[in-house]
Design a protein around this ligand. Sequence first.
Ligand code: MG
Length: 254
Amino acid sequence: MIRIVRIEVNGVEYYARAEGHGFHLLTAAPWAGGRDVGAVVGNGRLLAPVQPSKVVCVGSNYRAHAAEMGKATPDKPRLFLKPPSAIIGPGQPIEIPPETTRVDHEVELGVVIGKRCSRVCKEDALDYVYGYTVCNDVTARDFQKEDGLFARAKGFDSFLPVGPHVVTGLVPERLALGCDVNRKVRQMGNTTDMVFPVAELIAFMSNVMTLEPGDLILTGTPSGVGPLEAGDRVTVTVEGVGSMTNPVVDRSDR
Ligand code: MG
């Protein structure tokens, strides 16, 4: 298993391979051909481990979550996009904009594409994966209902915490995942309950749009979504990947 992070050291950002207590700096992301520069640093500030050209997401991909949202289990994946500008790293604050009344957490398994991928079949799809990460698909639920479209509800700056790293060598079909807020469990699920497993999602998405190395796929959230408020600390966890915690603050508007 390889663990890839992105870190800031003395104001400079690097991709790095985390090994033991050190970070082995890379020339670029490994999915972009990055190689070891031969330098190891002891610490650095963790950033989101990906800088995707796009973030492709799927709604209602766990039956129990579809039911809690009052929706039927979909017969094909329901895709939407989140803007890369929404991405933040571990420990960075989720900012609640003043005009919303309800912002929810959604823990999701994140898939990082390793090779350019267009119209692949589900049998080959996992060959195009570099690794996996933990995501929080933060959602302004009031705007999701009001608009009937997702760009505003899911597109605010800071609405996509990703991290703390990308790990390789996982089998994605049987991973526990969960979310707690202020150390109280809100979501507990398992990727076995996905309506469309990762390989099917990649096949479906890549039939629509070419997936580039470093692109991020969000695979849906299990049931138990609930509101976040300023002062909360929200932790999302995926088995075999890790945990990421973000504080929640009110956005301070000028
Ligand atoms: Mg979601």
